[in-house]
Design a protein around this ligand. Structure first.
Ligand code: GLC
Length: 724
């Protein structure tokens, strides 16, 4: 095969970190930072490389509980570099003030936090945001939550999570962009652009820390913190592109992941944290460990002491030790005995000082807190709008939705009156401040009959339609929330079946942080609105969609399974030697399960709207080394709508086995009522490239099958041959 677009993974890119500022000015600043570094003792340098929670910073100046536990001295505390997880602006001001009074060199602290889908105003969970298939929406959400977090003194967010996830059992699927590398890459980039905006000199922007580098999404069995074992080809092809996009977009920090790679915890993997991250991806920012991961090298049994764990993590490339005393209490001796190089420590500390400098902390340690910034946008309204675009209408038989103003509606289910709508990582946003569905209906003119007890359901024979809201609680998905059963609760299932006896016009609303198995319940309901965890304005956003005030436009970013036993389930699985034969599904010796229908209940990319949008024409125009796809959509309904046009390929012959289909392009477009939309996009040979067994990424000459449509089962559009 002839090779084109050769690009070796380990090619080092030219560093561009000087490009943001005036070069001369930056060099001067660098000199100042170097002078500062020269004044620092070894212990002060290592202090910069440690991160602690606010509980360590008591105002009394005495050694308190957590410090005793970690065996820290006041001198060590007074040289710490960063703090994680403050709750208020006042807390930030206090900690910074006391710290600057006590510390010798008065290097301001950086405040970091998990601002994942909003700070105080909570937006939909990341998996829901990915469902919007609208990167502009994600960027806006990140921009708005940065503003709110910056006003509370936060400088860095531990977001976006760029892990590719294919297993609904894993609770952290909630924090992901789902199962597709292309969608994940586009969304990850949008988060970084949103948080960092026009740069960190703007005090309403915050720095992004992309995580978890890398492979965490493949935790075996969907169990959190579990082993990962993947090939380099999968790493380079599927898991690195989203991180590359974040780094290329300027993400300032990277967090290493808890999992193993090639048998070594990533925290101790020189291969990943240095060769891949620094040399191949040209990352020049700061690398932080995940929570206590340096000390976990001892639990993994690849180290037997603070010293050996610290040496391994540091030499692998971990620069900030989150929430342990390992670096503090062992790196100084390791440097003094010559086992760890002080020059490496200096390089690390310089990077941390540069980040502080870039955040403007030397000029203003209370960054943004004295400026009385006002947030012009109505964040609640923004959250509501964003939520309406992030919930997926999976089913809508007999056009049971939208609900009409004249109809009498029944409302039931465990979530009908629940304000538990925020989802994990909403530690500042308050549940009490969120809006339940029943509350939102009460704000409309509609007649809604609410039944909270199962015994009451006979009265639903008198209503036109029944909305049943069910699903997970906020603590059931997220970190350390893995499950083997991903069905609705028996009570939720019972509610649906009971109501079905009285009324067949059932609309199911599902709150969830993961794709649930709805197989049992699906035949009983006419419509399903998969709301995920929509955030502070959940109820209003759901009612907006149910009543047609907003036409839904989201799509599944992850397959909805028929059974938990299908995990990991994703449309872009590799071609097998014995593919499932749809025409003859009873053939035994095929790659399939005996006891469940092949494929998902609803596929990746699926999602309905209230318009009737069709693809009426499409063609491919061949250009040298690329092609253009032209298409026309028509909307035969009286409702303005949006569709997500999705383009998939299938590489007919390749050196390593490729997925059966791969999403290569998508665009969300608006089609006016009774109108048309004409669009086009370009696909280059670089879009068709893949990672070969030698880890080089290039495009082979040969044939590709092309598919265009509105979900991952899109019909075939044609073929294109790359001549090489
Ligand atoms: C964790 C998580 C990580 C988070 C960090 C700080 O345990 O794995 O995603 O950013 O702690 O809270």
């Amino acid at each position: 095969m002839k090779k084109v677009i050769e690009r070796h993974p380990f090619e080092v890119k030219i560093k561009t970190f000087l490009s943001l500022k005036n070069k001369k000015e930056t060099i001067m600043e660098q000199e100042k930072l170097k002078d500062l570094l020269k004044q620092m003792t070894l212990e002060e340098k290592i202090g910069q490389m440690t991160q602690l929670t606010p509980t360590f910073f008591s105002e009394s100046g005495e050694i308190t509980g957590p410090m005793l536990e970690l065996g820290l001295s006041l001198e060590q505390l007074n040289s710490i570099g960063t703090v994680l997880g403050t709750h208020t602006k006042e807390e930030v001001i206090n900690i910074q003030k006391n710290y600057l009074e006590q510390s010798r060199l008065k290097i301001p602290l950086i405040f970091m936090a998990d601002v994942i889908h909003g700070y105080e105003t909570i937006f939909p969970i990341p998996l829901a945001l990915a469902s919007s298939f609208n990167p502009k929406l994600v960027k806006r959400m990140a921009h708005l939550s940065a503003k709110e977090a910056a006003a509370a003194g936060i400088h860095v967010t531990f977001s976006p999570m760029a892990d590719l996830v294919r297993d609904a059992r894993w609770g952290r699927v909630l924090e992901s962009n789902g199962e597709d590398p292309h969608l994940n890459t586009i969304m990850t980039k949008a988060y970084v652009e949103g948080y960092q905006g026009d740069g960190l000199t703007n005090k309403q922007n915050i720095a992004a820390c992309v995580k978890h580098f890398v492979g965490y999404g493949e935790s075996q069995g969907g169990k959190d913190y579990n082993t990962v074992d993947m090939s380099d080809v999968v790493l380079f092809q599927d898991h690195l592109p989203s991180f590359k996009a974040a780094i290329d977009a300027g993400a300032k920090l990277v967090m290493s992941s808890f999992n193993l790679f090639r048998g070594v915890p990533v925290t101790a993997s020189h291969y990943l944290l240095t060769e891949v991250l620094r040399d191949h991806l040209a990352f020049d920012g700061v690398v932080i460990s995940d929570w206590a991961a340096v000390s976990e090298l001892v639990q993994h049994r690849v180290a037997d002491s603070k010293a050996s764990a610290s040496k391994k993590a540091f030499e692998a490339g971990v620069e900030i030790d989150m929430m342990t005393d390992f670096y503090l209490n062992s790196l100084p001796d390791l440097v003094k005995s010559g086992e760890v190089s002080e020059q490496m420590i200096d390089e690390t500390v310089m990077r941390i000082l540069e980040l502080k400098n870039e955040l403007g902390l030397f000029e203003d340690p209370y960054r943004g807190l004295n400026d009385n910034f006002t947030i012009e946008e109505d964040l609640r309204l923004e959250s509501r709008k964003i939520a309406t675009e992030s919930m997926v209408l999976l089913k809508n038989n007999d056009q049971v939705l939208p609900l009409k103003p004249t109809e009498k509606i029944g409302l039931a289910g465990s979530k009908a009156t629940s304000r538990d709508t925020l989802g994990a990582w909403s530690w500042i946003g308050e549940i009490d401040a969120s809006i339940a569905i029943a509350e939102a209906f009460a704000e409309t003119e509609m007649i809604v009959d609410l039944a909270e007890q199962i015994v009451d359901f006979d009265r639903f024979q008198l209503v036109d339609k029944v909305v049943i809201a069910v699903g997970e609680t906020g603590t059931e998905a997220g970190e350390a929330a893995s499950k083997t059963n991903i069905k609705l609760t028996p009570q939720d299932i019972e509610t649906v079946k009971q109501i079905y006896q009285w009324n067949k016009n059932i609309v199911l609303v599902v709150y969830s942080g993961r794709p649930l198995d709805l197989t049992d319940i699906e035949p009983y309901v006419k419509a399903i609105l998969y709301a995920w965890f929509p955030g502070s304005e959940a109820g209003r956003a759901i009612v907006d969609v149910l009543t047609g005030k907003t036409n839904p436009s989201a799509k599944l970013p992850i397959s909805l399974p028929r059974s938990v036993g299908q995990m990991p389930l994703h449309y872009n699985h590799y071609s097998t030697g014995r593919p499932f034969n749809e025409e003859n599904p009873t053939i035994r010796y095929m790659s399939r399960y005996l006891d469940v229908m092949e494929g998902p209940l609803y596929p990746f990319g699926h999602g309905l709207n209230y318009s009737e949008i069709e693809l009426i024409e499409a063609n491919i125009v061949d250009k040298q080394n690329k092609f253009i796809v032209h298409y026309t959509l028509s909307n035969k309904s009286d409702v303005d709508g949006q569709e997500v046009v999705q383009f998939y390929i299938r590489d007919c012959v390749s050196e390593v086995v490729r997925p059966v289909r791969e999403l290569k392009h998508f665009e969300k477009v608006s089609v006016k009522a009774n109108g048309f939309y004409q669009g086009s996009f370009e696909i280059t040979i670089d879009n068709l490239a893949y990672v070969h067994s030698d880890l080089k990424r290039f495009t082979d000459p040969g044939k590709f099958e092309l598919y265009l449509g509105f979900d991952s089962n899109a019909p075939k559009l044609g073929e294109w041959e790359y001549q090489g």
